[in-house]
Design a binder for this molecule. Structure first.
Ligand SMILES: *Cc1c(COP(=O)(O)O)cnc(C)c1O
Length: 378
C-alpha cells in the first residue's frame, strides 16, 4: 500500500517492522523531520484526532499535522481515512466524541521530559524551573563562599529578571526568591501586576535598578519597593510627588498607606572623563558624581514618601571591580556618618559579586547567572 508521501509499504517491510508504519508515515524517512524524535507519539495522537473528528475538526486536525510534522501533508489516507469515515458513520448524529474546546495537540510529558546536561551547570536539569533552581543554587553557593567569615553575614540577593517572562519570576518566587530587579519600565509594570494576585510571587519585592526618566516615576511607584537609581534632584522630586499621589489615592479608596519608597543614590564610580571611557552599547550607566551624594541624600530625607536606603553602583567597564567597590564602601561610610539609617550598599552583578561581597555589599543584583543569557541589549 502506498501513502501520500510516495513511500511504499511492501509486504517485506511490514513483516520486518510489524509495530511501525501502520498505514501512514511510520517509516517515511524523507518526511520524518530530522531531530524530532517523537513523530510516532504525535502521529498516534493526531490519527486519533482525525478519526474522531467530524468534518470541520478533521480539517483542523489535518492542518495541525502538517504544521507539527513540519511539512504540508494531506489528510488521512488508506486505513486512517477509512477508519475516520467508519467512525463518522457510526456516530450518525455527527456528535463529537470529545466535548470541550479545540486545542493544539500537546506532547505527552513525564518520561519524555529528559534531563539535559548544560556546560555551565553542575548537574543535569529537566525543564525551566529546574534549570532556574540549579542556577540559583550555584549563585547562592558562590555568595555563601564569598561571605564566609564576613562581618554581617551574607548580603541579600536581588535576582534581576529583566527581559525574562513573568513565568520565570513566578518560578523564582516558588524557589524562595523574595527580591527581584527590573530596569525597564516598559516591561516591569505588566510583570508585577500579573503576579500580584496570589501565590508566592504576590509577596515579591520589586527593585527598580535602571535609568529612570522623571515621567516614569508615577508608573514605578505603583509596583516598586525600592528604586536603586536615584541620581538627580528632579528624580527625587518626581518620585516624591508620585508617592504623594499614590497615598492620596489609597486613602481615598479606604486602603492603608503603602510603605515609603526606598531610594538608593546611584553613584558613578568611573573616574575617567566621559570621553575616555570604553563605549558601552545600550548602557547609559548613569549615576551621580560622588560629590553630589550628600546633597541628594538631604533632598531624599526631606521628601515626603521617600526613605533614604543607601548607595548603589555598577563597576565601571574595564576597571577593577574590587577597587571601585572599595571606593563605594568609603562613600557609604561618609554617608552613614550623617544618615546612620542609610546602610544599604547595592553592588555586584553576575561577573563581580565576589568583589562586591568582599567590599561589604548588603545587596547583590544578579541577573544572567540565575536566568541565563539574555538578548545582547540593555
Ligand atoms: C542587568 C543589571 C544587573 C544584572 O547584571 P548581570 O550581569 O545579568 O548579573 C545588575 N545591575 C543593573 C543596574 C543591571 O542593569
Amino acid at each position: 500500500m502506498g501513502h501520500r508521501c510516495g513511500t511504499r509499504r511492501t509486504p517485506r517491510f511490514a513483516r520486518r517492522h510489524p509495530g511501525q508504519h501502520r498505514g501512514r508515515h511510520g517509516r517515511c524517512r524523507r518526511h520524518a523531520p530530522a531531530g524530532l524524535d517523537r513523530p510516532l507519539h504525535l502521529r498516534a495522537l493526531l490519527r486519533g484526532a482525525a478519526a474522531d473528528a467530524g468534518g470541520g475538526l478533521r480539517a483542523a486536525a489535518r492542518a495541525a499535522r502538517g504544521n507539527l510534522l513540519g511539512h504540508p501533508c494531506p489528510g488521512p489516507g488508506g486505513r486512517g481515512r477509512r477508519r475516520a469515515r467508519r467512525a463518522r458513520r457510526q456516530r450518525a448524529d455527527g456528535a463529537r466524541l470529545h466535548a470541550g474546546k479545540r486545542r493544539p495537540v500537546l506532547l505527552p510529558q513525564g518520561s519524555r521530559l529528559r534531563a539535559v546536561r548544560r556546560p555551565d551547570l553542575d548537574r543535569p536539569v529537566s525543564g525551566r524551573k529546574d534549570e532556574l533552581a540549579a542556577r540559583l543554587e550555584q549563585v547562592r553557593g558562590r555568595i555563601a563562599r564569598a561571605s564566609a567569615g564576613r562581618a554581617g553575614g551574607e548580603p541579600e540577593l536581588i535576582v534581576v529578571t529583566k527581559y525574562f517572562p513573568a513565568s520565570d519570576v513566578a518560578a523564582l518566587a516558588e524557589l524562595g526568591v523574595r527580591d527581584v530587579g527590573e530596569n525597564r519600565d516598559q516591561e516591569a509594570p505588566a510583570k508585577a501586576a500579573g503576579l500580584a494576585g496570589a501565590g508566592p510571587a504576590a509577596g515579591l519585592r520589586w527593585h527598580f535598578i535602571g535609568q529612570l526618566q522623571t515621567n516614569k516615576a508615577k508608573s514605578v511607584v505603583r509596583y516598586a519597593h525600592a528604586v536603586h537609581s536615584v541620581d538627580r534632584p528632579q528624580l527625587v522630586a518626581a518620585l516624591s510627588k508620585a508617592m504623594l499621589a499614590v497615598q492620596e489615592r489609597r486613602s481615598g479608596a479606604g486602603l492603608p498607606a503603602r510603605e515609603d519608597l526606598v531610594c538608593l543614590i546611584q553613584v558613578d564610580l568611573d573616574e575617567r572623563p566621559p570621553g575616555a571611557r570604553p563605549a558601552a552599547p545600550g548602557k547609559g550607566r548613569g549615576g551621580a558624581a560622588p560629590e553630589d551624594i550628600a546633597g541628594l541624600a538631604g533632598l531624599i530625607e526631606q521628601a515626603p514618601g521617600l526613605v533614604l536606603g543607601g548607595l548603589m553602583a555598577v563597576a565601571p567597564l574595564g576597571a577593577d571591580p574590587a577597587e571601585a567597590f572599595g571606593r563605594l564602601a568609603g562613600l557609604s561610610r561618609e554617608l552613614r556618618a550623617g544618615h546612620p539609617e542609610a546602610g544599604m550598599i547595592s553592588a555586584g552583578m553576575s561577573q563581580d559579586l565576589e568583589a562586591a561581597v568582599a567590599a561589604g555589599a548588603t545587596h547583590l543584583r544578579v541577573g544572567s547567572d540565575v536566568l541565563g543569557d539574555r538578548p545582547a541589549v540593555g
